[in-house]
Design a binder for this molecule. Structure first.
Ligand SMILES: [Zn+2]
Length: 187
């Protein structure tokens, strides 16, 4: 890999060297397709080489999201100021893409701004809250099954009470019958 022309070579020296501004922005052809997901339109300003070490490293992160980008040569393209800001300097757009694809595998970040430890911490925190949630659900289920057991006990008591009442009614009926019989004998 060539790191020589990291800095934009606007040649004041008079040599007929190609400058970054001679090339088109590597994202120019992608804007129409990916403007929907937030890729900015090209802008004026300082042009930089797409094959500078930082730019190249950052641009390659987007190959997953913009497959066409992988077919474009970094050596024959530049990057406009708008896309330099959006793609190279800031991580916001990348995080937006990662978030919208819901990609959880974020361990292959390798720029200065991206601390893999933060991502691992995020995942651990997420895992922690999922565990808390599951624990709550488990407790709730336990409480519900306790309640069901309690209600079953109450139903059983009610059943016993009904049985006793039926026996009592039966006894009263017998007494009444005997009373009738006695009366019939008297009259
Ligand atoms: Zn551009």
């Amino acid at each position: 890999m060539e790191f020589g022309n990291f800095l934009s070579v606007s040649t004041l020296s008079g040599h007929q060297k190609e400058t970054a501004a001679d090339h088109s922005c590597i994202f120019a052809g992608l804007v129409s397709t990916y403007n929907e997901v937030g890729l900015s339109f090209c802008g004026e300003g300082k042009w930089r080489n797409a094959n500078g070490p930082l730019a190249a490293k950052r641009i390659k992160l987007y190959y997953n999201y913009f497959p066409e980008l992988a077919n474009l040569s970094l050596d024959t393209h530049s990057i406009c100021s708008i896309h330099y800001n959006q793609i190279v300097i800031n991580n916001q757009f990348y995080e937006h893409l990662v978030g919208s694809v819901q990609e959880s595998q974020t361990s292959n970040f390798d720029t200065v701004e991206d601390n893999p430890r933060i991502n691992i911490t995020d995942s651990m925190n997420q895992l922690g809250s999922i565990q808390q949630f599951l624990e709550l659900v488990r407790q709730e289920n336990y409480q519900k099954s306790q309640l069901i057991t309690e209600l079953n006990g109450q139903i059983e008591l009610m059943q016993q009470y009904i049985d006793e009442q039926q026996n009592e009614i039966e006894e009263l009926k017998n007494k009444l019958q005997r009373a009738y019989n006695n009366m019939a004998e008297v009259f």
